[in-house]
Design a protein around this ligand. Structure first.
Ligand code: ADP
Ligand code: MG
Length: 148
């Protein structure tokens, strides 16, 4: 487990980048944190770290966005409005899991019981300092030297 403090959106994207840079196919990243915490910002960096050059935005209405890179694809979920099995099946969550894709999931709080046991957990919280965020990562190591 490791904690990182960021002071702006660029720094949060950078932590996301470093994680995206390390993950293998089939990795599931479960993100926790309130509205405006920085989950989508983190995902933007994460996709870049996977070498995917796509516009990343919150899939709040789409429920899932698909970002295709040259080699790999990232599925970006927003589980905010998930309220039952039907919703969940309609997102394709289980299909993507079975297919071994990389998944990153906003509002994992809402699907806690069905997260893979070996998922990486990223929790972003606001601190008392203006614009500061605490990013806790469980289940993966970043190379701290390159965090700047
Ligand atoms: P979420 O997806 O968790 O709802 P977003 O990534 O969409 O959050 O938005 C985060 C908002 O917080 C952005 O408006 C961003 O500019 C702002 N912000 C301020 N400080 C930070 C920080 N340290 N890290 C990330 N975002 C920050
Ligand atoms: Mg978001």
């Amino acid at each position: 487990m490791a904690n990182y403090k960021t002071q702006n959106v660029t720094e949060t994207e950078k932590i996301g980048f470093l994680l995206g840079n390390t993950v293998k196919d089939g990795t599931v990243v479960a993100m926790f944190g309130d509205l405006g915490a920085g989950k989508t910002a983190f995902t933007r960096g994460f996709a870049k770290g996977m070498d995917i050059d796509c516009d990343v935005s919150s899939p709040t209405f789409a429920l899932v966005n698909e970002y295709r890179g040259v080699k790999r694809t990232l599925y970006h979920f927003d589980m905010y409005r998930i309220s039952g099995w039907d919703d969940l099946y309609s997102t394709g969550y289980f299909d993507y899991l079975d297919a071994g894709g990389c998944l990153i999931i906003e509002w994992s709080e809402n699907i806690e019981a069905i997260l893979p046991e070996d998922c990486i957990r990223v929790t972003i919280t606001k601190t008392d300092d203006f614009n500061e965020r605490n990013i806790e990562i469980i289940g993966a190591e970043l190379i701290e030297d390159t965090c700047g």
